[in-house]
Design a protein around this ligand. Structure first.
Ligand code: HSO
Ligand code: ZN
Length: 412
């Protein structure tokens, strides 16, 4: 049952037909994370210190944790030093292609004002306005990306809980933001949760986050090498990543073909040791049909769902919970990670049940409006006055009744 028995990199395998539903649930548990109290115990003092000490505290932690002791200011402003802008032309081209696809897809998400006349003379609208100041957390970066520079007015050279605190409260040189977006490790997530709960900060966050994961659903038509490569591209992210394969009605021979590919491809990867860690808490589930596969997938609510199925597009209708769906054999997760145009900041750890990935809507808030004519107020006024009466809020009732009396007196 071990994940990497005898040095062979292989996922534990279960057959849904012979496994109880409780056991199936247990098998699909995410790897447990460090206790919230422990993480908060480390994160709280850092946030407090940055909140009070500003730049000096932020730099202190950057020197300590990032070992960037030569850094004298936490903020990098344009024009950027040429040394940071010198990139190989093929990298510039890759960034430009990805940037343009991401821009195109997100620009198309812009909504028109929604307007509905709910009753004659009662017009309600909903329109979006940008959140003024947004802080984007870019994890793990020692490199400064030109694409990131394009999206931000200034770059904060900091990471971890201290960077989150600096953006939430502002420091002498880091401006305070209204919302913080972007993935990070457990400390970053804890700091984001902390500041979003602090009414003194007045800041919201995109979503809670946990380790990254992928769920691949494959049938007999799927190419074993493709399936294995998708599982591995998620497994190489971190030892806490989880990869799940749901195999629909595959024979022992077909399962072995995938397992052989997984082992062979994994052994050739530079990050094989990380892969080994991730595979240890990853599983293959064999099910009888697509219905059973989708029930398990929707219950697991994967960050990434890959459909390597004969008729993959038709299965999308059955997806209830997932961060992003990759449809068919020519759509590996890596295209979405980098260049297709979809966003790769997605809900993990089962949060796809209630959260969306980052999208244009993450950067706006919605405002509603209503505008009534005199006749409109006559039409809806009775309902308003009756409910105000039920709630015994007399001022509310009179705000309508005195207007209607005014209309009557003035023959409006
Ligand atoms: N798969 C990651 C995103 C990423 N992959 C960035 C490569 N670079 C999100 O789950
Ligand atoms: Zn990735």
């Amino acid at each position: 049952k071990a994940g990497t028995k005898d040095g062979r990199i292989t996922m534990r395998r279960y057959n849904a037909a012979t496994t109880s539903s409780e056991d199936l649930k247990a098998v699909l548990q995410r790897p447990s994370q460090k206790s919230t109290e422990m993480i908060m115990g480390i994160v709280n003092p850092i946030i407090k210190e940055v909140r009070i000490g500003g730049d000096k505290a932020l730099l202190g932690y950057t020197h300590k944790f990032e070992k960037a002791t030569s850094l004298t200011s936490p903020v990098l402003k344009a024009p950027y030093p040429q040394s940071l802008m010198d990139l190989p032309p093929e990298t510039i081209e890759a960034i430009d292609i990805s940037f343009e696809n991401i821009r195109k897809f997100h620009a198309a998400q812009k909504e028109e004002t929604l307007q509905v006349e709910t009753m004659p003379g009662v017009v309600c609208t909903r329109f979006a306005r940008p959140i003024e100041r947004v802080g984007l957390y870019v994890p793990g970066g020692t490199a400064v990306l030109p694409s990131t520079a394009l999206m931000l007015e200034s770059i904060v050279l900091a990471g971890g809980a201290q960077a989150v605190a600096a953006m939430a409260y502002g420091t002498e040189s880091v401006s305070k933001v209204d919302k913080i977006l972007g993935p990070g490790n457990q400390f970053v997530t804890a700091a984001k949760m902390y500041v979003s709960n602090d009414t003194n900060a007045g800041v919201s966050i995109d979503m809670p986050a946990g380790p990254s994961e992928v769920l691949v659903i494959a049938d007999k038509e799927a190419n074993p090498a493709f399936v294995a490569s998708d599982l591995l591209s998620q497994a190489e992210h971190g030892v806490d990543s989880q990869v799940i394969l749901i195999a629909i009605d595959l024979s022992e021979k077909e399962l072995l073909a995938i397992e052989d590919e997984l082992h062979k491809q994994a052994m050739a990867l530079p990050r094989v040791d990380i892969v080994r860690g991730a595979i240890e808490h990853s599983v293959t589930l064999v099910v009888k049909d697509i219905k059973e596969a989708m029930e398990l997938s929707n219950d697991y609510a994967p960050e990434h769902l890959i459909l390597q199925l004969k008729d993959a597009p038709s299965v999308v209708a059955l997806v209830e919970n997932a961060g992003s769906v990759f449809i068919g054999q020519w759509t590996p997760e890596s295209v979405g990670d980098y260049s297709a145009g979809v966003n790769h900041s997605l809900p993990t750890y089962g949060y796809a049940k209630q959260y969306s990935g980052v999208n244009l809507g993450s950067y706006v808030k919605h405002i509603t409006s209503s505008q009534l004519t005199a006749q409109g107020l006559r039409n809806v006024g009775g309902a308003v006055m009756q409910l105000a009466k039920v709630e015994e809020l007399e001022a509310h009732r009179r705000a309508v009744s005195l207007r209607i009396k005014y209309m009557d007196d003035n023959e409006l």
